[in-house]
Design a protein around this ligand. Structure first.
Ligand code: HPA
Length: 258
């Protein structure tokens, strides 16, 4: 069993947070260590046995990578500080870049399920911030790093991945939105909606990391199509897309610095 010290010694260059249904991306790593959240004092204790996540690290495409498999969400009754503990753990181990992935609902009618969106910007509509209580007037004007977005776009094009770039609305959940809420989010300028990522991005920015945000577009948001939203369908869609993300991530890492 590894330890936080082993992760520090490994000194990851890049951190990746794997969203709902995207956990299989970690299988692409040649694993050098792994660590359950339960064995990391900084991580909040699991509430449901067997439901915690873990960190997995090793080599991917010639880079030292640590992946956080499993997230802590505000809607589980966690604080913004607890939600972002994994970011601080991976940054303290040395990561200078972070890839935040998620499953998201589509607001922009030019998008379709099975396609992807790079986050150009976000709306933090959770009402929370991990920086409360810290003197942190962080500049958020370019939170998702432009040169990394350019590389991810280029690699997506080479791999035939249909990729959009837009604004992610981060909401509290855990219920999906009403059609009226979706109309409101569209008016506010959002292209996709989900229940994660924004607090992690704020923490990562405060720690000085470069950030990529990627949404796996799993479903049309409420009211845009006739059928109701079901979590099983969202999970099935992102699980089906995990292999595509793995190949895309590996190539984006492999070409880093080119
Ligand atoms: N709404 C909020 N979060 C989501 C959705 C959605 O439609 N799909 C996947 N995560």
């Amino acid at each position: 069993m590894s330890s936080v010290e082993a992760l520090r010694e490994f000194a990851p260059e890049t951190a990746v947070v794997l969203g709902s249904g995207l956990g299989a991306v970690a299988e692409a790593i040649s694993v050098e260590g792994e660590l359950d959240f339960a064995d990391v004092p900084e991580m909040p204790p699991a509430r449901v046995a067997g439901h915690a996540g873990r960190f997995v690290w090793g080599n991917l495409a010639g880079r030292r990578v640590v992946m956080q498999q499993g997230r802590v969400h505000l809607y589980e009754g966690r604080t913004a500080g607890e939600v972002t503990a994994g970011i601080r753990v991976m940054a303290a181990a040395g990561a200078r870049q972070i890839v935040l992935t998620n499953a998201a609902g589509i607001l922009n009618e030019a998008y379709a399920p099975g396609e992807w969106m790079l986050l150009r910007d976000h709306l933090n509509l959770t009402g929370a911030s991990p920086l409360i209580g810290r003197p942190a007037f962080i500049d958020m004007s370019e939170i998702y790093t432009p040169h990394l977005r350019a590389r991810w776009r280029e690699v997506a094009q080479g791999q035939g991945i249909t990729l959009h770039e837009g604004v992610y609305a981060g909401v509290l959940g855990p219920q999906y939105e009403t059609p009226a809420e979706i109309r409101m989010l569209k008016v506010l300028g959002a292209d996709a909606v989900g229940m994660s990522t924004v607090l992690e991005a704020i923490e990562a920015r405060a720690l000085g990391l470069e950030i990529v945000g990627v949404s796996c577009l799993t479903n049309y948001a409420a009211g845009l199509r006739a059928q109701p939203l079901r979590h099983e369908d969202v999970l099935r869609a992102s699980e089906g897309a995990a292999a595509m993300l793995g190949a895309w991530l590996a190539e984006a890492l492999r070409t880093a610095g080119d």
